[in-house]
Structures are given as structure tokens and as C-alpha cells.
Design a protein around this ligand. Structure first.
Ligand code: PFF
Ligand code: NA
Length: 456
């Protein structure tokens, strides 16, 4: 194990882990995805289900994942395999690690394309053409971007290069430093937007949309999306957090660390929602259910009409790109760590191989917004919709379910306790009970209801 720690390095301190895990968690999921899926699923009731999923499933499973990583001290694939063997389980359990790494890779392929939109918007904001823009013309500009596949490919390529560039630098130097300054800055900018939304937007309409409970619009598929998003937004179920856990110092309190990350992530998603929806409701030509373009259409309207909006707009999209960047590096790290550990790759060649493959697959997502927009061989979905649905709503919850079962039922209890040795007995007992019973039952229940009923 000592040699594994040397192979990849460890975080400088508990704070670096918190920053890196927050960097992984806070990303497009919070600022781009959370608002638009909330809009598509009718608001309040969806948000409530999402918050319950974070508290009862996401955070408990996040503790379990970090714990596996820290005990295994290797890439998720090898950590899972060794811990399964240690628990006397058949080899198949090691497959959880594989499923996670594959999910992370699939996510990276489309995540990079969306991050590419943010890169485009940095420059689009800077040239001043959003000044005094209306909702309708902002929408039209976004459509023009989507139809231009060469441009999308260019930004997508740049983003993949940025990602592997950091990961080639290695964990402590590359990843640790990148997140330290950027995360606080992002938060400040969101607060600026929130202030604008309070002053100029229809704040009450946005607030009510997010927080008034209206169950009619919620379906079981919506519940599954809320659950899947709890995994996606906390970077769970795909080894990212497990891989980061492997680099965490043994003495640090795992639960405090994880809860801090979970709260920060949730806070940022809610602030993003509160900044975006008041603008949406105050602007003609944008609907809450606008889909993946919601962020990219609504916020430019806010920036285009606020004093200093040119600068704020540029900075904001720079920060989105950075948030996406610090998440993307954690999507590729588990696969890279595995190739380095077990297949004798150098960090450089592992990054180039995986980066290239993710880039290639990402072309399918690029085309989903133009040439292949009507090509829907995947259960009536475009390739982008399909990859998103498959990973967030099926693979991640399934992986999470298996991890909860593994830690709750199969790992030796002393081993679990040992990783959580700083935690009080009362905390441990409660957490363990949730991981054994509550989280798996909830995830299983949602899967079953999805198969049997649609309307709640
Ligand atoms: N948690 C990230 C977000 O909310 O944008 C997305 C993500 C990053 C998912 C890393 C999974 C992952 F391994
Ligand atoms: Na997130």
C-alpha cells in the first residue's frame, strides 16, 4: 500500500482533499444541469425529492465511497477488487469499480462538449454583442452555436486537452493547486448574480417555482432523475470520489469532510437556481422547461442588461469553465490511475489514450445537437440524451446501490469502523444504519416504481 501512495501521491492536507472533492462535485451539474432538470420537472416537488436524496442517499454513500478508496489506496478498480476479496466475496464484486470507471468515461465524453459551450460563451460575452439583448435573440444565438458543429468540435477538443493537461501533472501538483483559488471565486460571482436576480428579476416567481411543493408535475421518472442527479452532482458511483479518497490522509475525519463537500455542493446548486429562475420568469421568450440551453440563454440576458455585465459575464463563464474543468479531471483520473497501476502505462500515455477515446465519443454528442438531432436509435433519444440518461439515471444509482450493500452488509464491520475511527459511536451507528437499510431500499424502490408506474 505504501508503494501505491507513492505511485500517485497524496493530498497535502485534509483541506486539499476538501477542495479537490469540492472541485469534483461542483461543476456543470450544479449550475447547468440542476436548474434545467428542475425546470423540466416542474420545480418545487422535484427540488424537495432531490434534497431528500442528497441527505438520505448521496451523503451516506459518499462516506462509504471515500472509505473504500482510503482503505484500498488504489484506483477504484483495484481497491474494489481487493476489498471484495478481503470480504470473501466472488470476483464479480470487483466489477463495481469497472462500471464506475466506464460511467465516468461516458460522462466525460458529453461533459466536455457542454463545457465547450461555456468556453464559447467566454468569448461571445466579451465581444459585447449581448448588450441589451432580449430573451428571444439570446435563444437564437444559442441555436446558432448548436448548429455549428465545427465550432462545437473545436471547443470540445480544447476542453479535453485542458483536462488531460492537468491530469498529466499528477494529483498533488496538477489537481490540488487548480481548485484552491477558483472555487471561492465562483461562489462570489454567483452571489453577484443572485443580487441581480433579487433586484431586477422576478425573484418571488423564481423562489416559488423552486420551493413551493407542487406534486402534480412529478412522475416516477422525475424522482429517478432527482435521485440520479444526487449521484451525478456529488460525483458518486463512478469512482471519482473513491479515487480521491485513496489520496486522503488516514487521520482526517472522513464524515466531516464529506458532509462539508455535500453541503457546499447543495448550496451552490440552490444559489444557481435562485439566480437563474428569477431572470427566466422576468424575461419574455424563455421558459423554465427550456432544457439544456436554459443557463446559456437566460444568464446572458441578465448580463446584457446589468451595469458592468460585460465584465461579469466574461468572468462568470470563465468560472463555469473552470468548475467544469475541476470536475472533468476527476472523471478521467480513475481510469488513468488504473492504467498506471495495472497496465504499466505512464501517466502521459494513459491520459492521451483515454482523452482521445473520450474526445471521439464526444463527437456523437456534438452531432446530437445538429446533424443527428433527429437520429434517435437509443430508445427514442439522441446520443447525448441517451448517454446522460444511462449514466446519471441507471449506472450511477446502480453502482451506488451496490456500494451501499457492499459496505453495509459485506465489509467487516471493524474495517468500516476503523476508517471512521474519529467519528463518535452514535454518529457511526446512525450512518451505518442508513447505509444498510435506508439508502439501498430507497434506490431499489425508485428503480422498481419506475418499471411499474408512471404517475405518482
Ligand atoms: N459532480 C460534477 C458536477 O456536478 O458537475 C459532475 C461529475 C464530476 C460527475 C465527476 C462525476 C464525476 F466523477
Ligand atoms: Na455537483
Amino acid at each position: 500500500m505504501a508503494s501505491q501512495r507513492k505511485l500517485h501521491g497524496t493530498w497535502a492536507s485534509r483541506w486539499t482533499f476538501i477542495l479537490a472533492a469540492t472541485g469534483s462535485a461542483v461543476g456543470l451539474g450544479n449550475i447547468w444541469k440542476f436548474p434545467y432538470i428542475t425546470g423540466e420537472n416542474g420545480g418545487g416537488a422535484f427540488v424537495l425529492v432531490y434534497l431528500l436524496c442528497i441527505a438520505l442517499v448521496g451523503i451516506p454513500i459518499m462516506i462509504a465511497e471515500v472509505l473504500i478508496g482510503r482503505r484500498g489506496r488504489q484506483s477504484p478498480i483495484n481497491s474494489m477488487r481487493d476489498l471484495a476479496l478481503e470480504a470473501g466475496l466472488p470476483k464479480f464484486w470487483g466489477g463495481i469499480g469497472w462500471m464506475g470507471v466506464v460511467a465516468g468515461f461516458l460522462i466525460l465524453s458529453f461533459y466536455s462538449v457542454i463545457a465547450g459551450w461555456a468556453l464559447h460563451y467566454v468569448f461571445a460575452m466579451a465581444d459585447g454583442s449581448f448588450q441589451n439583448i432580449t430573451g428571444a435573440s439570446s435563444g437564437a444565438r444559442f441555436e446558432t452555436l448548436l448548429s455549428n458543429k465545427n465550432e462545437l468540435i473545436m471547443w470540445h477538443s480544447l476542453f479535453i486537452i485542458m483536462t488531460i493537461g492537468v491530469v498529466i501533472g499528477g494529483v498533488t501538483k496538477g489537481l490540488g493547486n487548480a481548485v484552491r483559488v477558483l472555487m471561492p471565486l465562483l461562489f462570489v460571482l454567483l452571489i453577484v448574480l443572485l443580487i441581480y436576480a433579487v433586484k431586477q428579476g422576478d425573484f418571488m416567481a423564481g423562489f416559488n417555482f423552486l420551493f413551493s411543493f407542487n406534486a402534480d408535475k412529478l412522475t416516477w421518472n422525475g424522482v429517478l432523475i432527482a435521485l440520479g442527479h444526487a449521484f451525478f452532482t456529488l460525483s458518486l458511483g463512478m469512482g471519482a470520489i473513491m479515487a480521491y479518497g485513496a489520496y486522503m490522509p488516514s487521520e482526517a475525519s472522513l464524515s466531516k469532510t464529506v458532509i462539508t463537500v455535500g453541503i457546499l455542493d447543495t448550496l451552490i446548486a440552490l444559489v444557481a437556481g435562485l439566480a437563474i429562475f428569477p431572470v427566466v420568469f422576468a424575461t419574455q421568450g424563455i421558459e423554465p422547461s427550456a432544457g439544456p440551453g436554459l443557463l446559456f440563454v437566460s444568464l446572458p440576458v441578465a448580463f446584457g442588461n446589468m451595469p458592468g455585465g460585460l465584465i461579469f459575464g466574461v468572468v462568470f463563464f470563465v468560472l463555469i469553465a473552470i468548475a467544469a474543468w475541476s470536475s472533468a479531471i476527476s472523471l478521467i483520473e480513475p481510469g488513468v490511475a488504473y492504467l498506471v497501476e495495472s497496465k504499466r502505462f505512464s501517466r502521459l500515455s494513459a491520459n492521451i489514450l483515454l482523452g482521445f477515446l473520450a474526445w471521439l465519443l464526444g463527437l456523437g454528442t456534438v452531432l446530437s445537437f445538429n446533424d443527428w438531432a433527429e437520429f434517435k436509435p437509443f430508445f427514442g433519444m439522441t446520443m447525448f440524451d441517451f448517454l446522460d440518461y444511462l449514466t446519471a439515471n441507471i449506472m450511477l444509482p446502480l453502482c451506488g446501490l451496490l456500494i451501499a450493500i457492499f459496505v453495509g452488509w459485506f465489509m467487516r464491520r471493524e474495517h468500516v469502523r476503523k476508517e471512521l475511527h474519529v467519528e463518535s459511536q452514535a454518529f457511526f451507528d446512525r450512518w451505518f444504519w442508513v447505509v444498510r437499510y435506508v439508502s439501498p431500499v430507497l434506490v431499489g424502490f425508485v428503480f422498481i416504481m419506475l418499471l411499474f408506474g408512471d404517475q405518482i
